[in-house]
Design a protein around this ligand. Structure first.
Ligand SMILES: Cc1cc2nc3c(=O)[nH]c(=O)nc-3n(C[C@H](O)[C@H](O)[C@H](O)COP(=O)(O)OP(=O)(O)OC[C@H]3O[C@@H](n4cnc5c(N)ncnc54)[C@H](O)[C@@H]3O)c2cc1C
Length: 447
């Protein structure tokens, strides 16, 4: 039997039970499909609180859920019973504009780190939606608008402070515990709880960005053309492709170009052919701050809706794949759902596959079917829709998946995120967490 005071006495932050007024807010996460009730919620304010919470969970055999920004698709940041280690109060961000680095705590969201970095004319290559947490996103690998120019988030990670399953605080970097540092860069929350991330920053002024929308009926021509153009695109340029429903109810294809070079005349020349892929029904592309680019997609992933998804990496967007996606999207039961296609390439692909635990660097695209709807009564229709589109896509999928875009899909799918690096990860897990204390995640079993 666990009691709150024991943990509460060893923490600076609050320990919540269901009797507390803020309990319901603290247990709520981005994906409204998960309405779990932790036994205790440890609202951590620093590494000492995280150590106390880890020790308490281990000594009392409690399941642990770790919450950074709370955007886990499969809801792993909240548990039924057990202990939710809530890092959301840990919000410090410190930019060093001389060293071009930033140190941030794990409750920080991308919009928050972007704001601090941009006030010094700097940018962190981070995720594409401003309300996602830096912690979970970084530990899976992390792609974003800047990844073709500056690599994945983990390619810009310098060091981490980590609380291990034993309750010890260790540093991981290229020179300190380099094996742990390798595993943290893609291996998710399997090896410990990160209490501080140190990243490299890059100078960045205004960006050429925005959105062009074409009718879904032109999918073959528009997405096919997009695929051809992206093959020759420079690292300074990125563009997502989305199947979506516009606010006035039309199904369309959104192409979101973003140019990160200094010369907008050059940028305009790169963007121009993306404006001519079909019959544009909306076009808004122009100079804007990076913080605005980082929020362009926020409205498509509103917190607390109900979400279900399937995702895979893709080598190519063949005519068959585009047709399976467009025919599938045309039948979506919810206008809030989307198909999300994001390119890799550039700096992502230049890092050797075994340099970090993020293996699939040669994939050309990440493709996600994202079902979104408001009411539990619509669960079955939306989940069935995703599954049917997914079945039709099978012949066209690449060989792996991005670990942060998995639901609870079983060990084979986790293995497909890591390919041949999986065995190295199981050995590392045995070293740092042999009892699998951190198991509410895309779990790597100790060897
Ligand atoms: C709206 C939305 C947009 C997204 N956009 C992108 C994107 O552009 N690029 C991209 O790469 N991914 C993206 N993702 C996927 C994203 O990387 C994962 O959902 C990620 O887990 C979110 O991190 P979080 O801290 O918000 O989540 P949380 O739910 O808080 O954490 C997820 C898991 O990460 C682990 N974890 C969290 N914090 C820590 C910590 N400090 N130490 C150890 N383990 C920890 C835990 O296992 C936890 O269950 C997006 C997801 C959503 C929902």
């Amino acid at each position: 039997m666990t009691t709150a005071p024991t943990l509460a006495e060893s923490m600076r932050g609050a320990v919540l039970t269901e009797a507390d007024a803020s309990y319901d807010e603290a247990r709520q996460i981005w994906n409204g499909m998960f309405d779990r009730r932790p036994g205790l919620i440890a609202r951590c304010t620093g590494a000492a609180d995280v150590i106390a919470a880890v020790n308490y969970a281990r000594e009392n055999n409690l399941v642990i859920a770790v919450r950074g920004g709370g955007h886990s698709f499969p809801g792993y940041s909240v548990c039924e019973g057990g202990l939710m280690i809530d890092l959301a109060p840990m919000k410090s961000v410190r930019v060093d504009p001389v060293a071009l680095t930033v140190r941030a705590e794990p409750g920080v969201l991308w919009g928050e780190i972007d704001r601090e970095a941009q006030s010094f004319g700097l940018a962190m290559p981070g995720g594409m939606i401003s309300h996602t947490g830096i912690a979970g996103l970084t530990l899976g690998g992390g792609f974003g608008w800047l990844c073709r120019k500056h690599g994945l988030v983990i390619d810009n990670l310098i060091s981490c402070d980590v609380v291990t399953a034993e309750g010890k605080l260790v540093r991981a970097s290229e020179t300190e515990n380099p094996d742990l540092f390798w595993g943290l860069r893609g291996g998710g929350g399997n090896f410990g709880i990160v209490t501080s991330f140190e990243y490299r920053l890059h100078p960045l002024g205004m960006v050429l960005g925005g959105m062009i929308v074409y009718p879904l009926a032109e999918a073959a021509q528009v997405v096919g053309g997009y695929n051809r153009l992206m093959k020759d695109a420079p690292d300074d340029f990125n563009a997502g492709a989305f199947m979506l429903t516009t606010p006035d109810g039309h199904q369309g294809i959104g192409i979101a170009p973003s140019y990160f070079g200094n010369d907008f005349v050059v940028g305009e020349k790169i963007v121009e052919p993306f404006r001519k892929l079909g019959t544009a029904v909306m076009e808004q592309v122009g100079p804007m701050p990076y913080t605005v680019v980082q929020q362009i997609l926020d409205g498509a992933a509103v917190p607390h809706r109900r979400y279900y998804m399937r995702s895979n990496l893709m080598d190519d967007l063949s005519a068959g794949a585009i047709s399976a996606l467009a025919d599938g999207y045309a039948r979506t039961p919810s206008p809030l759902s989307a198909v999300v296609i994001v390119p890799f390439g550039g700096a992502v692909a230049r890092v050797p596959a075994d340099a970090t635990a993020f293996y699939h660097r040669d994939a050309n695209y990440s493709m996600t079917l994202l079902g979104a709807w408001e009411s539990a009564g619509d669960d079955e229709a939306n989940v069935s829709w995703i599954r049917a589109v997914w079945d039709n896509l099978q012949p066209y999928l690449g060989k792996g998946v991005y670990v942060n875009e998995l639901l609870d899909e079983g060990t084979d799918r986790i293995k497909s995120a890591y390919g041949p690096t999986y065995d190295r990860l199981t050995a590392l897990k045995k070293k740092y967490d042999p009892a699998n204390l951190f198991r509410m995640n895309q779990n790597i079993q100790p060897a």
